[in-house]
Ligand binder design. Structure first.
Ligand SMILES: *Cc1c(COP(=O)(O)O)cnc(C)c1O
Length: 366
């Protein structure tokens, strides 16, 4: 008997992407095996993190790396590191930030909600979020004005499809911070395919999720300069204690990067496009929807399936009916108000795709 039946849990088909309330992602069997082995063993955890530093730096081209509990905690710890540097006294004092720089500047449109407000990750370190510009627009001048303040701990930028408005290119924002001697952090939680591009912005720290597209156990991967990464690692003796990575998470992340390196990305991308194209052809033949391929706005290397309906109410009703069935089918509904649903097919098996199309056929006919 599987876990769903053992505990009476809802069977889910997740066409919503790496979504935390649905268990995020499926791990490759090689990642599951490394994780299972780690669970049965003891390790010197310092050594495990030293190996992670070496292996992840080699895999990504970053100078240094460490693994923390998740990206949310990586944001808090990156902010903490920018406030404390290597000082043991400051690390022990947080979240009491008296005497430390506390302002964390971010473009207003980068203050995203991913299940909770990102600015809370900043506050958790004892810092104060400072929003530059407006949700619709943040120009270089808006950033420069806030970065000029002497009490600034760091600049925080987000690379995500959830970011709103028009923005300064990330590399220009990072350069503006560096002109003021302010470190820059990029939250690229779901952007593990774009690590090289994010590191190339010159950011001091780049943060990505292990459990999103990499498919590791829950983990936050921190990449960047040796000094900033070491200041993040030093938080283990402070607020980072509550945000530590487990042995199985760190070793699972290493296995996930190895799987990624062994994957022929060109062939993978081709297979994803084929899969989405076949889905779209079949869905477009159904009554009441127009199906097309949709590329990811941040540049992730695979298309999604877009289903357009006549009204927002039609789209909402279809998403609701898909979720209400068994198995429960979850789709992306962030464009539902425009009458559009998006389906991310990356982790789905052929059988699951058939089930989704079957259900769509029944719902749209009826
Ligand atoms: C998912 C996400 C996070 C949080 O990642 P976790 O690893 O779940 O903590 C942070 N920022 C953005 C932009 C995200 O998409």
């Amino acid at each position: 008997m599987g876990l769903h039946d053992q505990y009476g849990l809802t069977h889910v088909i997740n066409a919503r992407g790496p979504f935390t309330p649905l268990g995020v992602s499926r791990s490759d069997p090689r990642v599951a095996a490394a994780t299972a082995e780690a669970l049965g063993e003891f390790f010197v955890m310092e050594e495990v993190q030293d190996v992670a530093n070496r292996v992840l730096a080699e895999a990504t081209g970053a100078q240094a790396a460490t693994v923390v509990h998740c990206t949310s905690s990586a944001i808090t710890l990156a902010v903490a590191a920018s406030m404390t540097g290597p000082s043991p006294e400051r690390i022990a004092a947080l979240p009491d930030s008296s005497g430390m720089p506390t302002r964390v500047v971010l473009p207003a449109g980068h203050a995203v909600h991913y299940g909770h407000p990102l600015v809370q990750d900043i506050r958790l370190a004892g810092a104060t979020p400072v929003l530059a510009g407006t949700e619709d627009d943040c120009a270089l001048d808006d950033l420069e004005r806030e970065l000029a303040h002497p009490d600034t701990a760091c600049l925080l930028l987000v690379s995500s499809r959830m970011v709103r408005g028009a923005h300064v290119p990330l590399a220009d924002a990072v350069a503006a911070a560096h002109r003021r001697g302010v470190p820059a952090v990029v939250d690229g939680a779901a952007q593990d395919f774009r690590i090289a591009e994010l590191l190339a912005t010159g950011a001091d720290l780049v943060l990505v999720s292990g459990q999103k597209y990499l498919g590791s156990p829950t983990a936050g991967v921190v990449l960047g300069g040796a000094g900033p990464v070491s200041a993040v690692r030093a938080q283990e003796k402070g607020i980072g204690r509550a945000m530590k990575a487990s042995k199985e998470a760190v070793l699972g992340v290493l296995a996930a990067f190895q799987v990624r390196q062994e994957t022929d990305l060109g062939a993978w991308q081709h297979a994803q496009t084929e899969k989405a194209t076949r889905f779209v052809e079949r869905a477009d033949a159904l009554p009441g929807v127009r199906a097309t391929l949709a590329s990811d706005p941040t540049g992730l290397p695979f298309p999604r399936a877009s289903l357009r309906m006549d009204t927002a109410a039609d789209a909402a009703a279809l998403a609701g009916a898909l979720r209400a069935g068994s198995p429960a089918i979850w789709v992306m509904d962030h464009r539902q108000d425009d009458g559009e649903l998006l389906l991310e097919l990356v982790p789905l098996t052929d059988g699951e795709i058939d089930t989704v199309l079957d259900r769509l056929g029944k719902l749209l006919a009826g």
